[in-house]
Design a protein around this ligand. Structure first.
Ligand SMILES: [Zn+2]
Length: 76
């Protein structure tokens, strides 16, 4: 259920996940998500959320100001 508008209808979509840390920006493209049919708010399932956290943790260990990857490649 949508947290914002309480709409129960969601559809499959993709999103670009961006995390900004103290000294870098992590961009994960083509992340599967659910989109609220009414207000357009995007959500991740718990599984996707967990995988994103892993990718972000790994990316934080790398040097560089900007880290860009694709979800399918990063979680393969
Ligand atoms: Zn909504």
């Amino acid at each position: 259920m949508c947290f914002y508008c309480k709409c129960k209808e969601t559809k499959q979509s993709i999103n670009t996940h961006v995390v900004t840390t103290e000294n870098s920006v992590i961009v994960i493209k083509d992340v599967p998500c659910l989109e609220c049919a009414q207000c357009g708010e995007k959500y991740y399932t718990d599984e996707i959320m967990g995988k994103l956290e892993n990718v972000v943790e790994q990316a934080k260990k790398m040097s560089g100001e900007v880290f860009v990857t694709e979800y399918n490649r990063a979680t393969a």
